[in-house]
Design a protein. Structure first.
Length: 35
């Protein structure tokens, strides 16, 4: 039971990192377009 929760939390944190990276890239692209 505990192991499943740990894996689930790892999966969520990985998704959060991926989303954060996407948002960062999108922000850079928007800045690049505005220049």
């Amino acid at each position: 039971m505990g192991k499943a929760i740990e894996e689930w939390e790892e999966e969520i944190s990985e998704q959060a990192r991926n989303e954060g990276r996407l948002k960062g890239e999108r922000k850079q692209i928007l800045q690049f377009i505005q220049e």
